[in-house]
Design a protein around this ligand. Structure first.
Ligand SMILES: [Zn+2]
Length: 246
């Protein structure tokens, strides 16, 4: 089947050149505390009122057309052939943005692990695939100096879909949802035993709106890092949804 542009229907590619011009970089880097998005702060400043948890969130692109349609069709219509187009944008962002420079200049001595925000158990059962994982898979992470760990958390059980809740409910819906995989805990303990003093942990999610999901995921990792006494730098990556929620 010859591909068709998802945005305008023109034959040729999954996203034609003209429609691709609608893809916009998210210009703001945002820092998040207690699940509510705030303006970016420099990486060196710690957050007050987060129990020491600090992470930087890269809203890579604005979650709007045409990327929105691509992502929704992947998630709800199982159009997995769109993965390549979406992954290309992720790779393009990483190769263009100051993101790499930032990570490498600040935490050059630490290994960097990239993983995904896990799916809800029900979504996984319904879809049979994990969109976040599919999106990251085609990217050559090794080439970028990252270790793609994929699953550091178990699928989330007994929680409501975040987009169905208001900002306050979102902030607490996931409080106890993230459970770290035993293998990952072992990996961190092993790194510590190898005298590695710190790691960079990058989590990817398809869309971020209030940042609550990232907050609770990083909180879990933050507690582990404190327990193991290893220095962890947290970075989140997602498409930035400005349409509401905050
Ligand atoms: Zn088009």
């Amino acid at each position: 089947m010859w591909p068709v542009c998802v945005a305008c229907g023109k034959y040729g590619t999954n996203l034609c050149e003209e429609c691709a011009r609608g893809v916009r970089f998210a210009t703001r880097r945002v820092a998040v505390c207690s699940g509510v998005r705030r303006e970016a702060k420099p990486l060196s400043s710690g957050s007050v009122g987060c129990g020491g948890l600090y992470y930087t969130l890269f809203g890579m692109y604005v979650y709007s057309e045409p990327l929105k349609t691509l992502l929704l069709r992947l998630k709800y219509r199982r159009d997995t052939f769109l993965v390549r187009t979406l992954s290309w944008y992720i790779y393009f962002y990483l190769s263009k943005d100051p993101f790499l420079f930032l990570l490498k200049s600040i935490n050059h001595a630490f290994p960097t692990i990239i993983a995904i925000i896990p799916p809800r158990k029900e979504s996984l059962k319904k879809r049979g695939f994990i969109p976040n994982e599919l999106l990251l898979r085609p990217v050559n992470w090794e080439n970028l100096g990252f270790f793609f760990y994929k699953h550091i958390f178990y699928p989330l059980s007994d929680i409501k879909p975040q987009h169905t809740l208001n900002a306050i409910s979102r902030a607490f819906n996931l409080k106890r949802a993230f459970v770290l995989k035993r293998e990952f805990i072992t990996t961190i303990l092993e790194l510590k035993s190898l005298n590695i003093s710190g790691i960079n942990l990058i989590l990817f999610d398809d869309v971020v709106s209030t940042g609550a999901t990232f907050y609770w995921a990083f909180k879990k990792l933050y507690d582990l890092c404190n327990y193991v006494r290893i220095k962890c730098n947290f970075v989140g990556m997602a498409f930035l949804d400005n349409s509401g929620g905050v």
